[in-house]
Design a protein around this ligand. Structure first.
Ligand code: HEM
Length: 248
């Protein structure tokens, strides 16, 4: 990874695969292999991104912090996810002192850095992002939609660092990239959350001896736990249904 993210291995950003500095040839975009169809960027856009990212990755520690301070300006309620102690902090200068926030801001930037540096290996990127997305299900009160809230603060930070070099083209590239990242994170978060709920439901059903085994399983979920239906997107309901059908 770029920007010395190897430090973060102990913070669970899995060992970065490739470094931005050695996996791309600066002179020749033609040397890049054809992008995977799951990749949101064209070959040219990948090239532009990797070149541009080199220019900003050195400043990304501060940019990461700035990004979160901005996030909290407009989404105060998210502060509580970092604990009671952090939630009590009011001003930006107090928050800047927080090690918890500093570590997280750095981990976020490392995850983004790793994804950008390896965007030509989409299998690797999807695997890494999925594990980060799933991890957030362990955070009490975390909602999968929180991921997309960092898109604008991220773009603002990038724009600030790039200054004149922030062209209309590169704006589109960064928008697509960060959206792809947050979407992947929230999809894997949602899947994992649905899996956990289905598992809990499964255990409940096993423990209840008086359940009529012939009851239609879908109807069973709808009537026995309407909350699950309400709080999940359609694909999660499908996951739950499949899971329940497997068990039945
Ligand atoms: C692109 C978006 C994000 C990325 C890439 C990301 C990445 C990470 C990573 C790598 C970890 C550490 C995982 C581990 O220890 O195994 C983590 C933990 C955490 N994340 Fe995120 N995160 C993102 C967004 C958010 C947002 C928006 C919030 C809340 C506002 C949040 C709250 C947390 C919290 C509370 C932890 C636990 C921190 C700790 O234990 O110190 N994350 N995140």
């Amino acid at each position: 990874m770029g920007m010395g993210c190897s430090v973060s291995a102990q913070l669970t950003v899995q060992d970065g695969k490739a470094d931005c500095d050695n996996n791309q040839n600066e002179e020749s975009p033609k040397r890049l292999t054809k992008p995977d169809p799951r990749c949101p960027l064209s070959e040219r856009q990948i090239f532009a991104l990797s070149k541009s990212w080199k220019g900003i990755s050195r400043n990304m520690k501060d940019a990461g912090m700035l990004m979160f301070l901005r996030l909290f300006e407009t989404n105060k309620e998210l502060k509580k996810l970092f604990g009671d102690q952090f939630n009590k902090l009011d001003t930006a200068s107090e928050m800047i002192e927080s090690k918890t926030l500093e570590n997280h801001a750095f981990m976020v930037m490392c995850t983004i850095d790793d994804a950008i540096c390896n965007i030509d290996d989409i299998d690797y990127v999807l695997t890494q992002l999925a594990s980060v997305g799933r991890f957030h299900t362990k955070i009490k009160s975390y909602d999968g939609r929180n991921f997309e809230k960092i898109e604008d603060p991220f773009l603002m930070a990038v724009k600030e660092v790039l200054g004149d070099r922030y062209s209309i083209n590169i704006d589109l590239v960064y928008k697509k990239t960060i959206h792809f990242i947050t979407e992947t994170l929230s999809t894997s978060f949602d899947r994992e959350a649905a899996r956990i709920k289905a598992e809990a439901l499964e255990n409940d059903n096993i423990n209840e001896n008086d359940i009529d085994k012939d009851v239609d399983t879908v109807a069973l979920i709808e009537t026995s736990d309407s909350q699950i239906i309400d709080s999940n997107k359609a694909n999660n309901i499908d996951d739950i249904t499949t899971k329940i059908e497997d068990v039945a």
